[in-house]
Design a protein around this ligand. Structure first.
Ligand code: ATP
Ligand code: MG
Length: 173
């Protein structure tokens, strides 16, 4: 308690991890109603919002809900409105980190991400083509866990923006 009679909570400046916000007692505006609404209303979403609007944190909130991390949602809207005994395999890709130099570089980044996820879920990928590997991962995850696979992608446009003003790179790649 403070002298003014209320708790001052920490603001989660720059924090995009739902787990960190919830376990380290940061101030959190409950957006979990939208997790439920989204899942009830459709299967595919493109979330386009201005900068610093909470997209990454919301994506991570979706991830933790689909991973059934019930304890993180205590006291929030979703807590008694979600099937916590259902755990979904999640493919989470974030293109926000680092600078993508070319389409080859982008392919390597995607390849490395798919490899990490397949190792985590102990899935063997055998397809040669990258275009097929993503689908192979989804199909094998579905088969292994008998659950729909959740695919979450953050900063999908960052690799495009990295090259868009470089005339030479956007012409050759
Ligand atoms: N529901 C919330 N409650 C409290 N703080 C929040 C909430 N949602 C987002 N924030 C805070 O707002 C800031 C911006 O959030 P976030 O990084 O998720 O936005 P963004 O839309 O992904 O931004 P960018 O466009 O830069 O990628 C972060 O500090 C985050 O912790
Ligand atoms: Mg973001």
């Amino acid at each position: 308690m403070t002298g003014r009679g209320f708790d001052i909570m920490k603001l989660p400046i720059g924090i995009q991890s739902f787990e960190k916000i919830r376990t380290d007692d940061y101030y959190y505006i409950d957006k979990t109603y939208f997790v439920k609404k989204l899942v009830e209303e459709g299967s595919y979403y493109f979330l386009s919002r201005p900068r610093r609007f909470g997209k990454s944190l919301f994506l991570d909130t979706l991830r933790q809900a689909f991973l059934a991390k019930k304890e993180l949602f205590k006291g929030l809207y979703l807590y008694d409105k979600w099937e916590w005994d259902k755990k979904y395999p999640v493919i989470y890709l974030d293109f926000g980190e680092g600078m993508i130099e070319s389409s080859d570089h982008l392919k390597k980044v995607i390849e490395s991400n798919l490899r990490k996820i397949s190792l985590y879920y102990q899935i063997e990928l055998t397809e040669e083509l990258l275009e097929r590997r993503g689908i192979e991962l989804i199909e094998k995850l579905y088969k292994k866990y008998q659950q729909k696979v959740v695919v979450l992608i953050d900063e999908y446009d960052k690799p495009i923006l990295d090259c868009i003003e470089d005339q030479r790179r956007s012409e050759t790649n």
